[in-house]
Ligand binder design. Structure first.
Ligand SMILES: NC(=O)C[C@H](N)C(=O)O
Length: 322
């Protein structure tokens, strides 16, 4: 029997209300766990009670702090975090970058509200507790458990707005067969990064998307507006149109790193094309995100700059964790 800490942050799993004001997070974690069986013991705490679309980097650091505190308690064998699905991929990835414990941390949520005719939260929480209690999932970092599938936080993204299984990507490390957690893979882990100071909450990293006719004006504006780095979600394998390579060179020269990611949902960034494409962007100073999508690239960039604002070493540090 394992003892699991369940930490709530809100999201659809804790939401109710169908009227004009819309569904909002209101339920306590205690109420969400009422249907859990007695195979494991658990204690629940509320960190936040909000939609994940409202979170900022200070909130993400606060969630990380609470999780680290729970992991440090000797009688806690694993942690479950209930969270909105909209931005779960960012919070879970931040915690994965910082994860220095062997104990599993498993994020979950719901696609149907607590007061819907068929809430999926109770089943997802039960699965997440089972995963967090699974010895074979120790040392696999931070995971996302949803609708019977368990993925690594790294590489996962919300790929479906309404489906029961909204997440895809990452490495599938386990699945549920009834109540049984069947572990099928172990991810390669990087060494944990140090826990950032409060400065992390104020690190501005913007995301700019390339598209037909896009100009680099927004890229330049983001830097002028105080961004410490900019993620360029390029087209395809990592390209952008006329003028972007010059703008990347200017930002890089001014000490504002530009990370070249892709607006494509899956696949790595591989600098391939000239005539303003990825080859020219990297030559101008952009840092390739390799396998990281724009949203997780932003989290990594903000964390690295919070830990060390020196942009001379940024490319090497980013590449080591991308
Ligand atoms: N399914 C969900 O949890 C979506 C919700 N809007 C949130 O991210 O908080």
């Amino acid at each position: 029997m394992a003892h699991i800490r369940i930490l709530g942050t809100g999201g659809t799993i804790a939401s109710r209300g169908q009227g004009e004001s819309g569904s909002v997070a209101s339920d306590t974690t205690e109420s969400l766990t009422a249907s859990l069986g007695n195979e494991h013991t658990f204690t629940s705490r509320d960190i936040l009670t909000t939609g994940s679309y409202r979170l900022d980097l200070q909130d993400l650091r606060a969630i990380a702090e609470q999780v680290h505190g729970a992991l440090a308690e000797d009688d806690v064998d694993g942690v479950v975090v209930t969270h909105g699905t909209d931005t779960m991929e960012e919070t879970a990835f931040l915690l994965d970058l910082l994860h220095s414990s062997s104990k599993p941390v498993v994020f979950t949520g719901a696609q149907r509200a607590a007061d819907s005719h068929a809430p999926d939260g109770p089943g997802n929480i039960a699965d997440a507790v089972a995963a967090a209690a699974t010895e074979q999932l120790r040392d696999t970092g931070v995971l996302i458990s949803f609708s019977g599938t368990v993925l690594t936080a790294r590489g996962a993204r919300k790929a479906q707005t309404t489906a029961d299984s909204p997440f895809a990507g990452g490495v599938q490390v386990a699945h549920l067969l009834g109540d049984e957690v069947v572990v099928t893979a172990r991810p390669q882990r990087r060494p944990p990064l140090p826990f950032p100071g409060h400065v992390f909450g104020g690190i501005g990293v913007e995301i700019i998307t390339a598209y037909p006719g896009a100009t680099p004006a927004l890229l330049r504006h983001a830097a002028a507006d105080g961004a410490k780095a900019v993620v360029l979600a390029g087209t395809g394998i990592g390209n952008a149109g006329p003028g972007f390579a010059d703008a990347v060179a200017d930002l890089s020269a001014d000490g504002v790193p530009v990370i070249l990611s892709s607006r494509a949902p899956w696949g790595p960034v591989v600098p391939t094309y000239g005539n303003g494409g990825g080859k020219d962007l990297i030559r101008a100073g952009a840092v390739g995100s390799r396998d990281l999508n724009p949203f997780q690239s932003r989290i990594l960039a903000a964390l690295l700059l919070a830990l060390d604002p020196a942009t001379e070493t940024f490319a090497e540090r980013f590449t080591a964790y991308s």
